[in-house]
Design a protein around this ligand. Sequence first.
Ligand SMILES: CC(C)(COP(=O)(O)OP(=O)(O)OC[C@H]1O[C@@H](n2cnc3c(N)ncnc32)[C@H](O)[C@@H]1OP(=O)(O)O)[C@@H](O)C(=O)NCCC(=O)NCCS
Length: 196
Amino acid sequence: MNIKDLFIRVKYFPSGLINLFTFKIKHIDIGCNFISFGTIFVRGKGKIEIGNKVIITSCRETNPIGGDTKTILYANGGTIKIGNNVGISNSAIISTISIIIEDNVLIGGNCKIYDNDFHSTDFNERMKSVNGGVKSLPIIIKEGAFIGGHSIILKGVVIGNRSIIAAGSVVTKSVPAGEIWGGNPAKFLKKISQDS
Ligand SMILES: CC(C)(COP(=O)(O)OP(=O)(O)OC[C@H]1O[C@@H](n2cnc3c(N)ncnc32)[C@H](O)[C@@H]1OP(=O)(O)O)[C@@H](O)C(=O)NCCC(=O)NCCS
């Protein structure tokens, strides 16, 4: 570790302690070797599980790519399950049903992962209750996937093993394993080469 890395680790040690304290009081299961930079905003009464060797950035300094965003884990009645060896940068993960992020996944700066629409598409439902009649479907980001910065993953999407979502994509449909998808709405761009 060089001097700069050491300085960063020392600087963000207090926020790391705050995160661990927050996880403790919110009964969040967390594995070993957790590293965080900046305070993570944790909300909701649902269940959150975090595996081993997870790195979460929630500040500008250690990953400026996401801009001024923070990491938010909001289990709004749903479950958020983060596997082993996962990296998440300055992203919002909001679950009213289930969001599973499997092992070895990378989530780039300023991504949004929402397993629900927050408001109904039906005008009358919206007028009755701001959160009434909302559609929710589980999301799974499978082993080894890489989500490019500023992407939005919407309800019901499964991202296949080792697939890549191009920067700034809005993903509305499931992505098979081993493919690169991008754009809004995200479409197939190319297969990942076998030797990569
Ligand atoms: C998806 C990505 C990995 C593809 O890189 P690549 O393998 O070098 O592919 P190319 O640049 O040759 O692009 C292949 C095709 O995808 C298209 N494409 C690339 N990125 C795209 C994007 N973000 N949105 C839409 N289409 C995209 C290209 O235009 C090209 O289309 P074409 O075949 O019609 O010409 C790269 O563009 C990308 O988005 N990287 C993510 C960067 C990032 O966010 N990092 C994390 C930051 S924290």
